[in-house]
Ligand binder design. Structure first.
Ligand SMILES: NC(=O)c1ccc[n+]([C@@H]2O[C@H](COP(=O)([O-])OP(=O)(O)OC[C@H]3O[C@@H](n4cnc5c(N)ncnc54)[C@H](OP(=O)(O)O)[C@@H]3O)[C@@H](O)[C@H]2O)c1
Length: 147
């Protein structure tokens, strides 16, 4: 693939932090960026700052949102497929495990484990093409409950 090729990439958790910086950098380099964003106000903010980026509502706790996003991406990219997925959305709940309320523990597992494992699946099936697709997940011990 040419270094000048325009690639289609989905970045989740693109409202702020590493996801926003990644979306910004890819857009500045001329790539076609789909940005997964959870909050409606963040969709508007992203569209205002990065008009070439396509914001898509994705909440890792709502599988219908990432299925719909994958379908929209598939429609937009066609046979070329997605070149990459930056599976970045997630959050840290820094607290010793034994003090973390169980509801908080369940909520974080739902996002960081279930959601971040489930959300790439529709994209992989609908969009990635064998020769081109790749994905990366942003995870660390600090993003797991109780660390
Ligand atoms: N920062 C670090 O040092 C570090 C190190 C290793 C790994 N990581 C991991 O890298 C990723 C990004 O880190 P960061 O520091 O940039 O985090 P951040 O600033 O807290 O941003 C997290 C992003 O994930 C989104 N998000 C949270 N819950 C979500 C959900 N249920 N569905 C969809 N999106 C959701 C947030 O959206 P909202 O704005 O709507 O909340 C936000 O866009 C995280 O997964 C983190 O665990 C971070």
């Amino acid at each position: 693939m040419s270094p000048d090729a325009v690639l289609s990439v989905l970045v989740t958790g693109a409202s702020r932090g590493i996801g926003l910086a990644t979306a910004r950098l890819l857009a500045q380099r001329g790539h076609r960026v789909f940005a997964g964003v959870r909050r409606p106000d963040a969709v508007a903010a992203l569209a205002a700052e990065l008009p070439t980026v396509v914001p898509l509502a994705i909440d890792l706790t709502e599988p219908a949102t990432y299925r719909a996003a994958a379908a929209e991406i598939a429609d937009r990219v066609g046979p070329a497929g997605l070149a990459g997925l930056v599976n970045n959305a997630g959050y840290a709940a820094p607290a010793p495990l034994e003090f973390l309320p169980l509801d908080d523990l369940r909520a974080q597992l739902e996002v960081n484990l279930v959601g971040s494992s489930g959300s790439p699946r529709p994209c992989s099936r609908c969009c990635a093409r064998p020769a081109a697709g790749s994905s990366t997940s942003r995870r660390s011990a600090a993003s797991w409950p109780g660390r």
